[in-house]
Structures are given as C-alpha cells and as structure tokens.
Design a protein around this ligand. Structure first.
Ligand code: NCD
Ligand code: ZN
Length: 343
C-alpha cells in the first residue's frame, strides 16, 4: 500500500499544557481532529468556569486554519460536586471526567485518594452516560511500579465496574497484557487508549546504553510481552481500542535531571508512528478504525468528514521543538527515519 486516505485522525488523550507551553505545542496537535484534552494543569480543571476559560486559551493558541476540536475533561477530586459534572456535561463544556489517583503522576496531587470518595459523582456519570477516563495505577509504595496497572484493574476498577454496571470507562494509556484482557472482556462500555510509544518501546528503552529520561513516562514502559499484547489489540480491529497519544511535553531541562518528569512528547510524529506499527504488523487496513473511527464511536461522534493522506514516503521529524520563552522539548522519534509522511 503506497497511500492511505483516512478521516482526519483524532487524539483521545493529549496534554496541551497552558500558557507559553500551550502556545509552543499546540501547533503539533492542531492537525488532528478531536482532541480529548487532559485537565492536569496547575491548578487542575475542576470547575465549569475553569474549563471554559481553558478552552478559550486553547482556541487562542490554535494556528490559523486549524480544524482541531478540543474536547475538555473534568479533573476529579475528593470534593468533586456531582451536580457540577452533570451541568458541565449537559452544557457541552466537558465530555468526560478524569480519575487521577492522588500522587500517581504529573500534577495529580489534587487527585482522588480513594474511589469511595467519588462514588456519588460516578453514580451521576453512570446515569447521564458521561465516560470516566482512568489513570489506572495504584500508588502504594509496596506495589512494584511495573505491577501498578494490573493491581489497579484487579483491586479498584474491576469491582467498581461490577458495582456501577452503567458506567462507561476508558482505561487510558493501557500498557499491559492485563489491561488488554481487562478491556477486551468487558465489551463496548469499556475502551482503552494506546500510545505510540508503548507500541514502539518496551522497558529496555529506559536503559538502552544508559539511563534514558526521554523514554520515561507513566504508566512506565512494560515488558516485551506487554508491548506485543498492545500491538495485537491495536491492530485487532476491536473497536474498544483507539488512539490516544498521551503526548506529554516537558522541557528537556525538566526531564534530564534528578527526579525528572514523566512524559513523552509525541504529537509531531504520532500518526506516522502509529502507521509504521500497523505496517510492521501487516495491518494497515485496520489503521482507519484505530485512528479515525473507534474512539469517535465510543464518544458518540461520527468520524471526521475531512481527510488526511498517509503516504509511503520517508520522513524525518525534528529532534526537538523550541519552547516560547526558552528551552526546548524532545520529540518522540525525532531524528529517526519513518516510512510514512502525513499530508
Ligand atoms: C503525563 C503528564 O506529564 O501530564 N505524564 C505521563 O508520563 N504520561 C501525565 C499522565 O498522563 O500520566
Ligand atoms: Zn496522560
């Protein structure tokens, strides 16, 4: 296959940041269709007013002519007011709510300390059909960091979904075979996003010839068998699995240091990176579902009416992009020859 024309791909999980960083990275996501925008700002997006103001800042940062559609999310805390969720959802201010277990990842300090605290909110979400987006990791120090996703699914999310049988849910940035099996077994009300980097790399990438901070993200990269399971799920045609880049920019200076930040900035190369994976798996005919159809269907939307062309023509992305005000961000697969260009 030399060329593929798809409805404009969507990104069902992206960090656009705020302020100067937002202005610097927004152009990289502006050629996608719908963007599910994560709410882990400082302070987090917890109210309707926060979300409306953030959406305006995003729109102001969008390059001329961009047709990307930012879809906002609410950040759940122990004090989330279920009626604020209901109002914001009814008014189209946000389309989902994000559960960050407290201290699980970047800017999750205000997250949920125990899901029992948000049961009233989750009941309202189940009632109105508002999806729960989950950062699925336990945070207890005695649980090995590589086991935190599987443990969360077994101990927290499984029982929760058994109790709230109408709750719709996305296991964000799935990283393990356990997550793939969990989602596949639960049918259409449970989906999963899969990132380009978890399809490209296993945990060896963290230690490839030395310590590699630019391969550090959360949930952390897992074993080769997990990467295989993610590739099988993404290319299976199962509509529960869809693209969410988890593009998470941090300045190089914030990553290359003691206690460096978690996150991979992949927005510039995500579509070409996914295409290369599907090509390697002999599944380019299923790229359309994964990039342009499955996620939209989960959120009750039609695929985008406009299209992009993915052409088999070698392309090399820049290694970094500059940040307004100084510094730069490393680009996932920047400097690596990729077999596809996106037009
Ligand atoms: C994300 C970030 O930096 O905001 N980091 C990451 O490693 N993925 C947060 C998240 O999605 O966990
Ligand atoms: Zn994320």
């Amino acid at each position: 296959m030399q060329e593929l024309v798809l409805p404009r791909p969507d990104d069902w999980h992206v960090h656009l940041r705020d302020g100067a960083a937002l202005r610097s990275v927004m152009p990289s996501s502006a050629r996608m269709g719908r963007l599910i925008v994560m709410p882990n700002l400082v302070p987090p997006v917890t109210s309707i007013d926060d979300a409306l103001a953030y959406r305006e800042r995003i729109q102001a940062a969008m390059p001329e002519g961009s047709t990307a559609e930012p879809l906002l999310t609410a950040y759940l805390t122990d004090r989330t007011d279920p009626e604020e969720l209901r109002r914001g959802y009814a008014q189209g201010v946000w389309v989902a709510a994000k559960l960050y277990p407290a201290k699980a990842t970047t800017n999750s300090d205000a997250g949920v300390t125990d899901v029992s605290r948000i049961l009233p909110a989750l009941r309202v979400m189940a009632e109105i059909g508002m999806p729960l987006l989950v950062h699925g990791e336990v945070t207890r120090s005695e649980v090995d960091v590589f086991d935190r996703e599987a443990t969360f699914l077994r101990e927290v999310l499984g029982p929760l979904l058994d109790e709230l049988t109408d709750l719709r849910c996305v296991v964000e940035h799935a990283t393990t075979r356990a997550a793939v099996d969990f989602v596949a077994a639960r049918g259409p009300r449970v989906g999963a996003t899969i990132t380009p980097h978890h399809l490209w790399w296993n945990r060896n990438a963290l230690f490839d010839g030395g310590l590699r901070p630019h391969a550090y993200c959360l949930p952390v990269l897992k074993r080769e068998e997990d990467r295989r399971a993610l590739r099988e799920a993404a290319t299976s045609g199962d509509a529960s699995f869809f693209a969410g880049t988890d593009s998470a920019p941090h300045a190089i200076s914030a990553k290359e240091k003691d206690c460096g930040c978690a996150g991979v900035f992949n927005a510039p190369t995500a579509v070409a990176g996914y295409a290369a994976v599907f090509d390697e798996e002999g599944a380019l005919h299923r790229l359309r579902g994964f990039l342009s159809e499955h996620g939209a269907a989960f959120y009750g939307l039609a695929p985008r009416a406009d299209t992009v062309r993915i052409v088999r023509r070698p392309w090399v992305a820049p290694e970094t992009i500059p940040l307004e005000g100084g510094g730069s961000v490393r680009v996932f697969l920047g400097g690596t020859p990729l077999p596809f260009s996106v037009e």
